[in-house]
Write a protein that binds this ligand. Sequence first.
Ligand code: CP
Length: 296
Amino acid sequence: MNSLINSNINRNTIELLLQSAQNYIDQPLIKENNGTVVNLFYENSTRTDLSFQMAAQKLGLHTLKFNISHSSISKKESLIDTLQTIEALGVDIAVIRHTIDWPSELQNYNFNFSLINAGSGISEHPTQALLDALTIRQECRTLHNLNITIAGDIKHSRVARSNYNIFTKMGANVTFTGPDEFKPNDLIHVPWINIDDIIKETDVLIMLRIQHERHNDNFNINNYHTKYGLTKQRLANLKSNALIMHPGPINRGVEICTEAICDRRCKILNQVNNGVALRMAVLNWCLQRNSNLISM
Ligand code: CP
């Protein structure tokens, strides 16, 4: 069975998922499918949780309601034991969001159902990166040779890591920018450039929220907007055909100004909209038990 655990997928699989998502957008006639999906969200979510639910419904899949605080996880049942229970119930796909990086014991565990990573710790958010790639491809036709700048709290961002992996495989040039405190220790080879020195050459600007919940100390956000955010001045310096993106949730006036959110170049709600089709493509891919599709 196919599972989507991280963004270490090959270019053919990326292309296949993006094309499949685009087909769901272009030809919204959906076949009925059999299967049951459960969303196990150990961390809060609006976009990912709802779009996976919506994607499953559009595919005709059954969705199981699972509220962590009302479940036996509150009685300290482990993730593995919870997943074995889900397996015994006969679920086909488990969509998991977790506060921690994807546990290695899960990676090696052979469940009889598909696993989809809906965001794990600071390390991975593969479906976000794929829907971002889909959004960019719709607007720019290709990611090849595009200058993509990812701005903000890179160190604590799973989106930045998955985006980097997917975008570079698609031939984009990725640059990071933000406060020095947010330089990642693991991606030191990626250019780190002051936002004012890169903004005029940027084709796609992805702003990130400060991930306070993943900081060990209180990061001082005084002057953050002026120093590192997408201000009105920086908005004026962006190319006329540049894209402004953000995985959400947004903090207006911190990483991004309201004028940028209202700007015609802003694609934040396109990202949300594309999330449904992209997750339909991923769910469908997971259900292709005996397909010749490239698995991970
Ligand atoms: N981008 C994203 O993962 O948003 P949610 O936390 O609302 O799912």
